[in-house]
Write a new protein. Structure first.
Length: 223
């Protein structure tokens, strides 16, 4: 049996660029036959300084987790809702997907929002996280030093951006990266454009990371 997962998923509960509420989005993916989603709402200095309400770090993290927690209300024995993030650092406009997270890590690591990619890689290694550059060849992105990441998103399904996915696939092959694909779900038209296919049911972000590291999976891409 095969199990299909969405690895790049935003909610309007948190990400200001998304228009679909978490609970509706979870049901849409469930009805599309997916076995689960990784909620990767935006996590950046701008978000925490200017967009997410709250006076303390804990209050801001509570807000960041809203999309994940609301989507998780729709989790079942056959559909999992997992925690991730799409993190951006102040050094540039690059975006990175992080897998292997739990809520405790975010509450205890306020410093990560002020880091660089190079600094975060050390934290990721220490805490058994997998650090993936999202859409690395999109026009507003810069290629990250391969030493500072674990892999790249080789196909981003968002049709409102040119992510130069062919270049990403060639770059991943050259460096032997972990590879992911994601619909980059923000709107209804993004639904189920990509998927990660595993041989087992994954229940949380740590198990999702475990399957990535095993490297035994297939990728669903539109072309």
């Amino acid at each position: 049996m095969k199990y299909v997962y969405e690895a790049h998923f935003h909610t309007s509960d948190v990400s200001t660029c998304a228009i679909v509420p978490a609970e509706e989005a979870a049901e849409l993916y469930k009805n599309a036959g997916y076995s689960g989603v990784v909620v990767t709402d935006h996590f950046s200095p701008d978000c925490f300084d200017n967009k997410y309400p709250g006076d303390t770090w804990a209050e801001k993290v509570d807000y960041f987790l809203r999309g994940y927690r609301n989507a998780k209300k729709h989790e079942t024995d056959t559909f999992s809702v997992m925690l991730g993030m799409e993190i951006r650092f102040a050094e540039n406009d690059n975006d990175y997907l992080v897998y292997g997270l739990d809520e405790k890590f975010i509450y205890e690591h306020e410093e990560i929002v002020r880091m660089t990619a190079k600094q975060f890689k050390k934290v990721a290694e220490k805490n058994q996280l997998t650090f993936i550059q999202a859409h690395p060849f999109r026009i507003d992105s810069n290629i990250t030093n391969p030493r500072y990441i674990d892999g790249i998103e080789v196909y981003n399904g968002n049709r409102r951006h040119d992510s130069s996915n062919n270049m990403a696939q060639m770059w991943a092959k050259k460096h032997g990266f972990i590879t992911t694909v994601g619909s980059d779900f923000h709107e209804h038209e993004d639904l189920a454009r990509c998927g990660m296919i595993f041989d087992c049911f994954v229940r949380d972000s740590k198990e999702f990371r475990r399957e990535l590291l095993k490297g035994v999976y297939d990728l669903i891409k539109p072309d």
